[in-house]
Design a protein around this ligand. Structure first.
Ligand SMILES: Cc1cc2nc3c(=O)[nH]c(=O)nc-3n(C[C@H](O)[C@H](O)[C@H](O)COP(=O)(O)O)c2cc1C
Length: 254
């Protein structure tokens, strides 16, 4: 992943300005060592710099495999760099990376092709979050077109899976699934644990990734198999900056 504009000079070793598709601030705040601060205006990536960033994704994928990972997930969701390129309000470029749906999807596709080329399509997944108002990104009124185009292009690459972080209704999920051949993972944000298999039962998804419940239950698979009581995720510890709420939830046998 690359955060793009969701950064702050205080969070970088050399107090650097972030880069993004366009010099547009997200209108959000970010954690720093001195508390929450406004995210500043990023610097627009020069056209010739974009291929260097694509190459950084390629190198990151190679490093992950070298370090022993089974594969990588290209992060095209949640308001970070790839999503910023897809957004209509975060990408106001006038070159071949901005404007039309095809142009705004170009960076996502180039990154994925580079990663596939480096480590093989069977080791690569892709994450999207259509319409999720995260990081101030808005894809505009043609949101269905943006994702139908992007996903049908990604489909040609034969990736291991597509992963959606989803907040909305089912219509876009069904549209996306109709242009996607391989495993389809739907992470419905904030869903209750008893609803975890609904999308699989309703033939919308092949898998249902679990976030917060897995954080709170280090042996979630065992718990679900045994229908055991679960630890409730403690939201006050999310994004806290230390180990609290990340490694201290009790196991089932405790
Ligand atoms: C503590 C915490 C940290 C998270 N960090 C990230 C992140 O860095 N990048 C990301 O795309 N999603 C992140 N998420 C979102 C999860 O991947 C997931 O989409 C979200 O929690 C909704 O699924 P859930 O209801 O099963 O938790 C995070 C969620 C939590 C609770």
């Amino acid at each position: 992943m690359h955060v793009g504009r969701i950064s702050h000079p205080d969070n970088t070793p050399h107090h650097r300005q972030a880069v993004a598709p366009s010099a547009v601030a997200p209108g959000e705040q970010i954690f720093t060592a001195d508390g929450m601060k406004d995210v500043p205006v990023p610097r627009e990536l020069r056209r010739e710099e974009i291929k260097d960033v694509v190459d950084e994704f390629r190198k990151a994928a190679a490093a992950a495999i070298e370090a022993g990972a089974d594969g990588v997930e290209v992060h095209g969701a949640n308001g970070y760099l790839i999503h910023q390129f897809l957004g209509e309000n975060s990408n106001v470029r006038t070159d071949e990376y901005g404007g039309s749906v095809e142009n705004r999807a170009r960076f996502a596709i180039e990154v994925t092709k580079a990663v596939v080329d480096e480590i093989g399509a069977d080791k690569v997944g892709f994450r999207i979050s259509p319409g999720a108002p995260l990081g101030g990104v808005k894809e505009g009124v043609h949101i269905d077109q943006v994702y139908e185009y992007l996903v049908s292009e990604l489909d040609k690459l034969g990736l291991a899976y597509l992963h959606i972080m989803h907040l909305g209704d089912e219509s876009i999920l069904r549209k996306i699934r109709s242009v996607w051949s391989n495993p389809f993972l739907v992470n419905r944000a904030g869903r209750q644990i008893e609803d975890i298999s609904n999308d699989i039962d309703n033939n919308i998804a092949d898998m249902a990734p679990i976030g917060a419940w897995a954080l709170a239950n280090p042996d979630i698979v065992e718990c679900l198999k045994k229908d055991a009581p679960l630890n409730e995720p403690d939201r006050t510890t999310f994004y806290g900056g230390d180990e609290k709420g990340y490694i201290d939830y009790p196991f089932l046998d405790k």
